[in-house]
Design a protein around this ligand. Structure first.
Ligand code: C2E
Ligand code: CA
Ligand code: CA
Length: 617
């Protein structure tokens, strides 16, 4: 189409032909683009030239009474600098379009300037400014064009919104996918990714006849840290450990976090014969133990946390048990064995372990119900004083299950320790021991030699924040005299912050409750700790005492050394596991504060103890 001459004279009546071609030109300028800015710009430029405008503006509606319109787009003639929106009357003109769609256009003449405003539904107003009057018929002729422009503009805006939404959804999907694969705390790939990778690596190992290994890493006593220092310290510790483990991984090997304090390594391509595979894995496992030996500093705390590592080599010997489910179970089983063997170590899976693991699961399941089913009771083992009389008794948990029979505490207390079950169990023990202590105290004559019931406290029970208040609450509820209760605990509680430990002990001591350090000689037996702990009785472990005549001179030296040291620190010593006449004689010659063992009495039912004491008194 031939370019139209700009309309020059103000009042000139335009011919119909001219109006139609003007409409056409403007319609064409709208074009097909879906970019709002491009569309409006192209139209404005064309309109300004064809209609000889001073300027052209698109106002959009905004909330608020006065400046209810804002310029969205505008174009002025090369030298035109009119700011129409500054004028009150122009504002009023524009505002007429704010609410109603009914008006198509309005005109206004002000200081020799002509304003022609069109509804630009639903966005605002299109304002044309000209130094001469608009030709008669022109405003009407432009109505359909402006409407078409507004419709197209609306499509552009909707298109943009839709595009934004789609890209938003894509962003969200990407981040979901990322999250689904990653553990948010440590940024390590998560359990789901691990399962998939393990499946693939086993298949590859089978196809190419090479070996791989799965290392199941569980942090020892991590629950203690969460319980005593709080979850945020626990979280920081986990991220630092994740970093340590990641730094250990060779190219091709990968680390995953698959649970609270559980990590796994998959080692790939570690040899085409089993011996090489085992050697390589052993090497990696030792290295992990080594790096974990460095304590982790978090604020004021320096935390030392060790791992127990269970290892399964794949493909397995038994082809029927070589799916990823079984390999994972094997590594998990070996990890439990590492825990049983004293933690901070690794164990390779061997099939006999599986029976053990099954037994453990069965015990845990039964133990959960044992309390409600009234299958537990406490036995009491007398403690003999220097005067050869019974001065106290240790309470010991007993469990009789109808199908499994008598299960010894050594077979179930550690299982309970691995879960929160220990807290329920410990509460049960303290409740029953205090109830018995209170009853016994009332029955004994005032001048009785019998002075206390001692209760074994599990480390996890001790490190609960409310341990002291909770314990005092139970003791008071049973009206048990606090001086009549002693607590036995092992050095495991010292894995915690020593100041907190000492603080709790002192609070209880202030209430008259004394402590005994149990199994002394089997743990770290750290002397530097010992002198800081407000303990006045050591229980020397039975392994140093039982069958003393069969002990080597070195073993006897240890017990003598402990006795000398304790004497210097003004701590009394009690020996447990006195089984024979010889054990008794040896200890008697050593000036011991107290003894306990089968030689005197086995643990007995509460009524039996009462009877024994009343008889003796
Ligand atoms: P422990 O605290 O060192 O308890 C002493 C263990 O030695 C008891 O075993 C006791 O029956 C046994 N024993 C006593 N005299 C002799 C002896 O002359 N020779 C030998 N060889 N053993 C003797 P038990 O009752 O089987 O308890 C084993 C462990 O289970 C306890 O060791 C303790 O660590 C834990 N345990 C027992 N009862 C409780 C309890 O109520 N609470 C907690 N947290 N742990 C408990
Ligand atoms: Ca004990
Ligand atoms: Ca003991």
């Amino acid at each position: 189409m031939a370019a139209l001459k700009p309309e020059r004279s103000a009042s000139t009546q335009l011919s119909t032909i001219k109006l139609i071609s003007l409409q056409n030109e403007l319609l064409l300028s709208i074009g097909e683009s879906l970019h709002a800015r491009e569309v409006i710009h192209s139209f404005m430029q064309r309109a300004r030239n064809l209609l000889n405008l001073e300027s052209i503006h698109l106002y959009s509606f905004h909330e608020g009474p006065r400046h209810s319109q804002q310029i969205e787009h505008d174009i002025a003639a090369p030298h035109g600098d009119i700011r129409p929106h500054n004028h009150e009357k122009v504002m009023t003109l524009l505002q007429q379009f704010t609410r109603s769609e009914a008006r198509s256009f309005e005109q206004l003449e002000l200081n020799h300037t002509h304003y022609l405003a069109y509804s630009f539904h639903p966005y605002g107003v299109l304002l044309l400014v000209k130094k001469t009057a608009f030709a008669p018929g022109l405003p009407e002729a432009l109505i359909s064009i402006v409407k078409k422009l507004a419709r197209h503009y609306k499509i552009c805006i909707q298109h943009k919104q839709l595009k934004d939404q789609i890209s938003n959804i894509q962003d969200i999907r990407k981040s979901y996918e990322q999250q689904a694969k990653q553990d948010p705390l440590t940024n390590l790939p998560n359990r789901r990714e691990f399962r998939y990778a393990l499946y693939q690596e086993i298949a590859k190992a089978q196809r190419y006849h090479v070996f791989g290994a799965l290392l199941y890493i569980d942090l020892d006593n991590f629950k203690h840290i969460n319980d005593s220092l709080g979850h945020s310290v626990g979280d920081i510790l986990l991220t630092q450990i994740a970093e340590k483990l990641k730094a250990q991984a060779r190219a091709g090997d990968s680390v995953y976090r698959i649970g609270g304090d559980e990590f796994v390594y998959i080692l790939t391509n570690i040899g085409d014969n089993k011996t090489t595979a085992v050697n390589t894995t052993q090497h990696v496992a030792s290295r992990i133990l080594q790096v974990m030996e460095q304590p982790v500093s978090i604020g004021e705390f320096s935390l030392h946390i060790t791992p127990s590592i269970g290892i399964a080599i794949f493909p397995c010997d038994n082809e029927n048990e070589c799916d990823s489910e079984s390999v994972l179970k094997h590594a998990d089983t070996a990890m439990y064995r590492a825990k049983e063997q004293g933690r901070n170590r690794f164990e390779f899976f061997d099939p006999t372990m599986q029976d053990e693991a099954n037994k453990r699961l069965i015990i845990e399941d039964h133990l959960r119900k044992a309390i409600a089913k009234d299958e537990l009771h406490l036995a009491y083992q007398p403690i003999i004083g220097a005067n050869n009389r019974i001065v106290g008794a240790e309470s010991l948990i007993r469990w009789n299950n109808p199908t499994m029979g008598n299960i010894t505490p050594n077979d179930f207390v550690y299982i309970a320790e691995e879960s929160n079950l220990i807290l329920t169990l410990s509460d049960w023990i303290v409740e029953h021991a205090c109830a018995f202590a209170s009853k016994l105290y009332k029955q004994l004559p005032k001048n009785s030699d019998f002075q206390y019931i001692s209760i074994n406290i599990s480390p996890r029970q001790f490190i609960q924040q409310d341990f002291v208040d909770h314990l005092l609450d139970i003791i008071n509820r049973h009206h048990a005299p606090t001086e009549f209760i002693k607590l036995e605990f092992t050095e495991n509680v010292l894995a915690q912050n020593i100041d907190t430990t000492v603080g709790k002990m002192n609070r209880l001591i202030d209430h008259g409750i004394d402590f005994m350090l149990d199994d002394f000689g089997t743990g770290y037996s750290s002397l530097s700790y010992l002198h800081r702990l407000p303990v006045n009785i050591l229980k020397i472990d039975k392994s140093f005492v039982s069958n003393i005549e069969q002990q080597t001179p070195e073993q006897r030296t240890i017990i003598d050394a402990i006795l000398v040291m304790a004497d210097k620190l003004d701590i009394k010593c009690l020996v447990e596991g006195v089984e024979t006449e010889q054990d008794y004689r040896y200890m008697k010659s050593r000036n011991i504060y107290g003894m306990q063992g089968y030689y005197f009495h086995r643990p007995m039912a509460d009524e039996q103890l009462v009877k024994l004491l009343l008889q003796n008194d």
